[in-house]
Design a protein around this ligand. Structure first.
Ligand code: SF4
Length: 104
């Protein structure tokens, strides 16, 4: 994806979240099965269903919960591209966002 397209998409996602898109922030998966169930739901989406991805993954545009973790500390976050490298998401993200698939 071109840098310009990534920036546009990141802005679109940021606007959806800022406009109050209700996403499934919880429950956070605690087992591999729960994690895998969320991945399966993401895989079943139409590839162009951006809101669906954000909802199922539980995106929010700020740190959340006791741990206050963010994309920045997630193993899937590519710092230089500001990109989520989890294949089921594969989206441009901001360091301060997070989703419930966060992993270290
Ligand atoms: S998996 Fe979630 S928390 Fe991790 S980089 Fe991707 S969007 Fe951010």
């Amino acid at each position: 994806m071109l840098t310009e397209e990534m920036t546009d998409l990141r802005d679109r996602i940021g606007k959806l979240l800022a406009d109050g898109l209700k996403t499934e922030i919880e429950p956070v998966p605690e087992t591999e099965k729960e994690f895998g169930d969320i991945l399966n739901r993401l895989r079943a989406l139409n590839p162009g269903d951006l809101s669906g991805k954000l909802v199922i993954a539980g995106f929010i545009d700020h740190p959340y919960g006791d741990d206050q973790v963010r994309c920045m500390e997630c193993m899937y976050y590519l710092v230089h591209q500001r990109w989520c490298d989890l294949p089921e998401l594969a989206l441009p993200v901001e360091a301060d966002w997070r989703c419930r698939l966060w992993r270290i």
